[in-house]
Design a protein around this ligand. Structure first.
Ligand SMILES: Cc1ncc(COP(=O)(O)O)c(C=O)c1O
Length: 363
């Protein structure tokens, strides 16, 4: 096969980290000992935490630096957050479709997922009348991915208030995965879960990452912001498992958070342009494609092909050298759906559309 391989199996942005973050890191490494030995022997983690607290203020909540737990990417932050509030035999409330990483950790921990729909028939909005009956005596947490991977749902205030009221009423921990918070489009507005009042804030753990905001997937930098009631446990888990950032990567984090955010706004506009192009083009092929409000994943319905998600993905890979993700990884009732992260330029996405067209016409 001569066609160039297009790998869109993961949400890895095509941009590089902001120049000032790269430069700060290079200077740190070249600077030697102070940045290349144990971070715990320096004040860099504290400087990083201060930058986080100052940054997060813009979304409402104010935190103390001791509440920030820096991690090697938000996958580690997620594990620490989930393990701080859940144990084997518990249940967690989350959405269908969900981010596969949430499921993998819950499965590993022996926590059952109670799923509530974010379905196309309701334009991927939560059905508030179908949430409360998913909470049982064993349910200990609700996971909110806002903006959501894979549906791009940006939860509005009414929805968030309903969910957080329920969490207070049923004494659930709230895990708020906000790693796409800067990538929202049109009239959608990101609302920090913890901004909805003190009672919500004191049971919400924010899960955050530099991977998508600053296109720093390989740098492995993320963090939790943890309320007092879960802090001791979260700190103990972190101490034991130690998935912390490299010392010089703190320099990148500080530079990114205190640097020029026009980088992020530029990326946001690029993702929006890609969404406008790609979703319409796939829709025009006859596969309903959700015009998402947040994050950067196209999610389309290919059930009319008669293929399951995995068959579709395998077929496209084999015939057209293009790898996408099967929707079946991201939920139950999602077979026949396909996920495409819009992390390549429009000419490449156009080639994806052409390949999908050719592949599906050949069936
Ligand atoms: C919703 C969500 N949370 C967490 C992660 C993990 O990202 P990282 O470990 O690179 O910070 C991802 C990655 O795609 C994601 O989509």
């Amino acid at each position: 096969m001569t066609k160039e391989f297009i790998n869109l199996s993961g949400g890895d942005p095509d941009a590089e980290a902001p120049k000032w973050a790269v430069d700060a890191t290079l200077n740190a490494i070249k600077g030697g000992r102070e940045w290349t030995h144990y971070a715990a022997m320096t004040n860099h983690p504290e400087q990083f935490k201060t930058a986080v607290v100052d940054y997060y203020k813009q979304f409402g909540p104010r935190y103390e630096t001791k509440q920030v737990i820096p991690t090697a990417g938000s996958s580690a932050a997620l594990y620490i957050a989930l393990a701080s509030v859940l144990k084997e035999g518990d249940e967690a409330l989350l959405w269908n479709p969900f981010y596969a990483g949430h499921k993998w950790i819950l499965d590993e921990m022996g926590v059952k997922m109670n799923l509530t729909p974010l379905d196309p028939e309701n334009n991927y909005r939560p059905r508030l009348d179908k949430i409360a009956d998913k909470v049982t005596a064993k349910t200990k947490a609700v996971i909110i991915c806002n903006p959501s991977n894979p549906t791009g749902t940006v939860f509005n205030e009414k929805e968030l208030r309903y969910i957080t009221d329920l969490a207070i009423d049923k004494d659930l921990a709230i895990l708020s995965d906000e790693i796409y918070l800067h990538y929202v489009y049109d009239d959608a507005k990101f609302i920090s879960t913890a901004s909805l009042g003190e009672e919500v804030k004191e049971r919400t753990i924010n899960i955050m990452s530099f991977s998508k905001t600053f296109s720093m997937t390989g740098w492995r930098l993320g963090y939790d912001i943890v309320p007092e009631r879960y802090l001791d446990k979260a700190q103990r888990i972190t101490r034991m498992t130690g998935p912390r950032p490299a010392n010089f990567v703190y320099a990148a984090g500080i530079a990114a958070l205190t640097g020029d955010f026009s980088y992020v706004e530029e990326r946001r506009q690029i993702y929006q342009g890609r969404r406008d192009y790609f979703c319409k083009a796939i829709d025009d092929l006859g596969f309903p494609c959700h015009k998402f409000e947040g994050a950067f994943y196209a999610w389309f319905d290919a059930r009319s092909t008669g293929l399951g998600s995995q068959e579709f993905v395998d077929g496209l890979h084999k015939e057209e050298n293009c790898l996408l993700s099967p929707g079946s990884w991201f939920g139950t009732d999602t077979d026949g759906f396909i996920r495409v992260p819009l992390v390549r330029d429009i000419p490449t996405l156009k080639s994806v559309v052409d390949r999908v067209k050719r592949f599906t016409e050949s069936l």
